[in-house]
Design a protein. Sequence first.
Length: 305
Amino acid sequence: PDSDLLADFSGSDEIFGRAFWPQPISRIPIGKSAKTGNPLYGPKAFSKNSGYRLEFLVYVSIDGQKQDRLISLTPEKSLVEFTSYGVNLNGKSIETYKPSSNQVDFYAFNQSIVLHVSENQVDWTDKWQMGSQRLKALLSELPAGKHSIQLELRYRLHVDSHHRDQPKSKFPLLTTDVSEPIARGDFNITTPVILHPIFPIRKINILAVSEARKIEAEIKSYLERAHDWGSRVPKKERPVAVVLGSDWNAYQEEVFRRCGDCIVKTVVVHHSISFDGFFYRTPEDGWYGEKRIVGFNLVAHVKDT
């Protein structure tokens, strides 16, 4: 019951929520027939690479004022977005697909989702959690005192352009409008809210701290000089941080064999070191929308001379 849920938090609290909606999204009409007036529905289910994807959008109001995002992945300027690309059919046909608890299916099966409202440490590989950091950054800018927060969860069914070009495409052929709220929640928070570092902590057992910082700075400098990467051109990356994830690994190769004795000489060919690289993306650099932080697990290689 609602009476069991907390409604008041301090700025130091970690806050989580869960949104529920009354029926699977696939059973909610997305339009009506111009001829009959009957409701129209999207596909019963969709798989990865089907041309469909489900976009969740979180809208936030603080003290009654809607908080628009100035640069957003969507024209609706929601504060946080999350995309579900469909289910993995494992070689089966979508016609024979039956929703189950074996995998998450926010479109045809699941009717709830966890909202990461305010966390001290997030998983940077989880886009949903990373998006929630935008909300916490907003809360950290509020003046000290008690503030009322309202969250609204909406969605839309996105249709890829290549899917629209297919003459036998199923309904809908175009991306739908953003839905009415399917879940809404209110709570109060007493600020100030303290932001914590979102980057992973470097493992203390790899290299000396001074040496690790030096290598991280060198890698970041290289990324800044080589920010046009292959197929991403003309898109540009803006490196924000580099965090080492391992010590140096040596790659060896047999390069010498002496006849008769069959003595094999093994030498180190190059070293590599893994790291997490974090980047800022903006439309000014060719990206579709602003992404404050995106992270990749990468490897740097150094040839031995």
